[in-house]
Ligand binder design. Structure first.
Ligand code: ADP
Length: 260
């Protein structure tokens, strides 16, 4: 009888464990399905608007004659180019996610002057500024040297700066601060834009997540997720503080030399 009792107890425990495993698996599958649906709706939505624009412009383009309507043609060519660039950048983000997930990312460490990266980021950002927007950045950083994956640092910084521009209204200033100490370099991107609602702050680095107040601007909710993964892979980190309708400060920290 004791043996039978022990056996029944063991059996009960096993059933309990298996039920929990099954429940977890079902929940994971549900989460995966939700993520898949979110992804598909994001892709269709994000691609549809630029594609419609490209289609319209290319149809109109063929209607204007080269001799008399050059200006209109140029405008439509510019629209097409911009939208193709945008689609290309989204595709690159998707490819990065895939690479990061499958562990196919490799980093190439070189020693470089940070001013080179900052100049490149500011040059590109200047083209995206809204009416009356301005970026302040440190110009005396010639002695800041990093041994890091240059492309990844540039991608991360430009992501933060582009977000600051995108989520801030016209006539605002974005401040970029950079400090280096013995071991690490700290970048701060400060904006006085729409900010992130308190309830959304915990999800901001989740893939495809976009805060409610951000939905008026284009975006995929992928950028910060990629940046965070890259920075952590390189031994760095990313943090933010934000207040809705006041602004946000994103801080990224990166070791001056690769971690062992
Ligand atoms: P995307 O900008 O394409 O939506 P990101 O991953 O770069 O994706 O950002 C995720 C979300 O974080 C954004 O949708 C937005 O809600 C919020 N966010 C990021 N940066 C800022 C910022 N500077 N100000 C306000 N909200 C921001």
């Amino acid at each position: 009888i004791t043996e039978l009792k022990n056996y029944t107890q063991r059996l009960e425990k096993t059933v309990e464990e298996r039920t929990k495993q099954l429940k977890d698996a079902l929940e994971t599958e549900k989460e995966l399905n939700e993520l898949k649906t979110k992804f598909l709706s994001l892709v269709s939505h994000e691609f549809k608007t630029p594609l419609t624009g490209i289609l319209t412009s290319s149809m109109l383009l063929s209607k204007y004659t080269l001799e008399t309507q050059q200006e209109k043609r140029d405008k439509h060519i510019e629209t097409i180019t911009n939208k193709v660039h945008y689609l290309n950048s989204i595709l690159n983000d998707f490819l990065s996610v895939e690479k990061l997930e499958t562990g196919k990312v490799t980093y190439k460490f070189t020693t470089f002057k940070l001013s080179k990266v900052v100049n490149e980021v500011i040059y590109n950002a200047n083209m995206l500024l809204k009416e009356g927007q301005k970026i302040n950045y440190p110009e005396n950083i010639d002695d800041i040297i990093l041994t890091q994956d240059e492309k990844t640092i540039e991608l991360s910084l430009s992501n933060l700066v582009h977000n600051a521009i995108k989520y801030s209204p016209e006539k605002t200033t974005i401040q970029l601060n950079i400090h280096q100490d013995q071991t690490q370099t700290v970048f701060e991107v400060i904006d006085s834009g729409i900010g992130i609602p308190k309830k959304d702050q915990k999800n901001i680095f989740n893939r495809y997540f976009r805060a409610e107040n951000a939905l008026l601007s284009q975006g995929t909710g992928i950028g910060l997720n990629i940046v965070k993964t890259h920075l952590e892979n390189l031994g760095g980190s990313i943090h933010f503080i934000s207040q809705e309708q006041k602004g946000s400060t994103f801080t990224m920290i990166i070791p001056n030399t690769p971690n062992q």
